[in-house]
Design a protein around this ligand. Structure first.
Ligand code: AP5
Ligand code: ZN
Length: 217
């Protein structure tokens, strides 16, 4: 399957993408994670991306599209992928369409995670991520680690993302409404959008997502 995941910051895209990718046996491709990996390796791309990310703005399309394309062309993505955080505006959606057309492939669905603003703000404020593996995500109240500041899975140190400050979160939400939400209408016109409620326990949201994708087995 080829799926695009959309939703406001903190809706639980990364959390659900990790679970869905495993259940559907497709790679989870997160442009946010790819940028963060570049930042920790201190690459030129990482240095460029960091200034935009810390301010809560989108990284320029040219570098983002090139990075996403490169990742989608890896052998493990040949038979499907779950895109998390890409595309994030209409020009990226158009670039993705072009890329898929060249390859003679199509998207199966665009999964839209809906969550109210006060909830996403709470989720972001309490999020803690493992330094060793960004797929190990915790929340100080909703899914606390057994030992404060330490990853349950691998023992890595837990940290708070630089762009999770209250001020930056406001900018990210505004950017989501003005630049990313329009892609939902773009994909609605292609009949691809399935919307699910992202409130409730993580497992319940995954069940809803699989049912919406008609993969509830
Ligand atoms: P990115 O990394 O994509 O961040 P985002 O879209 O803002 O989303 P988040 O990672 O904040 O949230 P999420 O929805 O994944 O939530 P999570 O599962 O962690 O992008 C960061 C930046 O990179 C952008 O601002 C931009 O600068 C740049 N960028 C990335 N892609 C780009 C692109 N295509 N173009 C240009 N720039 C780009 O969950 C949040 C918390 O809630 C966690 O603590 C989790 O444990 C908890 N939680 C999750 N689900 C539940 C639940 N059901 N109940 C209770 N708690 C829950
Ligand atoms: Zn870990």
């Amino acid at each position: 399957m080829r799926i695009v995941l959309v939703g406001p910051p903190g809706a639980g895209k990364g959390t659900q993408a990790t679970r869905l990718a495993e259940k559907l046996s497709i790679p989870h491709i997160s442009t946010g994670d790819l940028f963060r990996a570049n930042i920790s390796r201190q690459t030129d791309l990482g240095k460029l991306a960091k200034s935009y990310m810390d301010a809560g703005n989108l990284v320029p399309d040219e570098v983002t599209i090139a990075m996403a394309k490169d990742r989608m062309e890896q052998p493990d993505a040949e038979n499907g992928f779950l895109l998390d955080g890409f595309p994030r505006n209409v020009s990226q959606a158009e670039a993705l369409d072009e890329l898929l057309q060249t390859e003679g492939i199509e998207l199966d669905a665009v999964l839209d995670l809906e969550a109210p603003e006060d909830e996403v703000v709470k989720r972001i404020a309490g999020r803690r991520i493992c330094r060793k593996d960004s797929a190990h995500v915790f929340h100080v109240t909703y899914s606390p680690p057994k030992k404060e500041g330490v990853c349950d899975v691998c023992g890595g140190e837990l940290y708070q993302r630089d762009d999770d400050s209250e001020e930056t979160v406001r900018t990210r939400l505004e950017v989501y409404h003005t630049q990313t939400e329009p892609i939902i209408d773009y994909y609605k016109s292609q009949g691809l959008v399935v919307t699910i409620e992202a409130m409730g326990p993580v497992e319940e949201v995954t069940r809803r997502a699989l049912a919406a994708l008609k993969r509830d087995a």
